[in-house]
Each structure stands twice: as structure tokens, then as C-alpha cells.
Design a protein around this ligand. Structure first.
Ligand SMILES: C[S@@+](CC[C@H](N)C(=O)[O-])C[C@H]1O[C@@H](n2cnc3c(N)ncnc32)[C@H](O)[C@@H]1O
Length: 186
């Protein structure tokens, strides 16, 4: 419970960039990690790791040989994540999500299988969102999936302009109700 309130406080203090007041709920984490599999090694990218609810959900499900690159803009959130989670498969990257390609190359990886994002796309400048979505599409190489949680439907048109296939799942029991988009380039 203490961690819940610590996160609420930290997200509220940085609401202009977190775009949220509350940590991601278990229901949303379940939807966001449904394509993470323990049965095969995957390259997984997380965008906007925050205090790590989704990060933990991914780590619990992923294969021992999978790798997780988790981007987070705020250094204090990264420090919190690194102090709390010790897992050799996790690489916390204190940088903007529009550097996906450069960090993938730094880790000598050519592509990603799944990109999981809790980025507040509605508050990020349009040109940065376009760069993030284009790089996501490029690294997925038409085969992988991009999952995006949102608390409004505003971003749907933007996602459709980048990805051929966009499925929408409403998580109505969440407060506030959330939408999880699963996108594929095709
Ligand atoms: C809704 S919060 C994250 C929720 C978190 N994933 C969870 O499970 O509770 C969104 C996060 O995106 C981060 N963020 C915002 N813009 C970013 C960017 N351009 N690159 C990386 N992270 C960013 C914020 O600092 C914030 O921690």
C-alpha cells in the first residue's frame, strides 16, 4: 500500500509528462502482457516504465532467455526501478522512447517481437509521437505487435495511420476505464 501512494505522489508531481495519477492496475497489466510468452525467447521493449507495474508483469511471464529494454524519461523513476527489481533480463534505459532504434543497435539487436507502451501519447509533442510510432513499426518488421494503453480514444486515428491492423480492447472494470490497443503493421 505504501508503494501505491508513493507512486501516486510521484506521478502527480510529474503529471505533465506521466499523463497519469495512478499506477497501472492489475487488469490493465494482464491485457498489456498477453503477448509475452514463457515458451520462447522474445525481444521485448517497454515504453514509459514509470514505477514498473507493467515491467513486473512482463518479467513474471517472459522466457528466461528473453530480453526487456525498458525506457523511462525520469531518472528518479529509473533509480526506483533499478533499486527494486534485480533481474539480468531487464535493461532500464533512462532516455526518451524516440531513441528505440539506437538502443536496439547498442544491444546488438536487429528487431523486437513486442513493444508495450504506457506512454501518455496525448501529452507528448506530435513530432515525437510520430517518431516513436515509426521506429516501433520499423523494429517490429511487420511481424511483431505494439500494445498501447490509453484512457481516451483520441489516439486511435493516429495508431491507424501507422499500423494496418488495430484491435481495441476496453478494460471497463478499470477506474478510469482503459483501452488497450494491439497493433500490427501487416
Ligand atoms: C502512465 S506512466 C507509466 C505507468 C507505468 N508503466 C505503470 O505500470 O504504472 C507513463 C510514463 O511514461 C513516461 N514518459 C513520458 N514521456 C516519455 C518519453 N518520451 N520517453 C520515455 N518515457 C516517457 C513518464 O515519465 C511516465 O513514467
Amino acid at each position: 500500500m505504501k508503494r501505491y501512494w508513493t507512486t501516486v505522489l510521484a506521478y502527480s508531481k510529474n503529471v505533465a509528462t506521466t499523463g497519469a495519477l495512478f499506477e497501472t492496475s492489475k487488469l490493465v497489466v494482464k491485457e498489456m502482457t498477453h503477448l509475452v510468452t514463457p515458451h520462447q525467447a522474445q525481444v521485448i521493449i517497454e515504453l514509459g516504465a514509470g514505477h514498473g507495474n507493467i515491467t513486473e508483469g512482463i518479467l513474471q511471464k517472459m522466457h528466461p532467455d528473453s530480453i526487456l529494454l525498458a525506457f523511462e524519461l525520469h531518472s528518479e523513476f529509473c533509480d526506483e526501478l533499478k533499486a527494486r527489481i534485480s533481474d539480468r533480463r531487464l535493461h532500464v534505459i533512462n532516455d526518451s522512447a524516440d531513441k528505440i532504434k539506437s538502443y536496439l543497435a547498442k544491444h546488438q539487436l536487429q528487431h523486437a517481437d513486442v513493444v508495450i507502451s504506457a506512454l501518455p501519447l496525448v501529452v507528448i509533442p506530435n513530432e515525437v509521437v510520430d517518431s516513436i510510432l515509426q521506429q516501433t513499426k520499423d523494429v517490429l518488421q511487420n511481424k511483431g505487435h505494439y500494445l498501447q494503453v490509453s484512457y481516451s480514444l483520441i489516439i486511435q486515428k493516429k495508431l491507424k495511420s501507422f499500423f494496418g491492423k488495430v484491435n481495441k480492447k476496453m478494460v471497463l472494470l478499470n477506474a478510469p476505464p482503459a483501452v488497450v490497443y494491439t497493433c500490427q503493421a501487416q
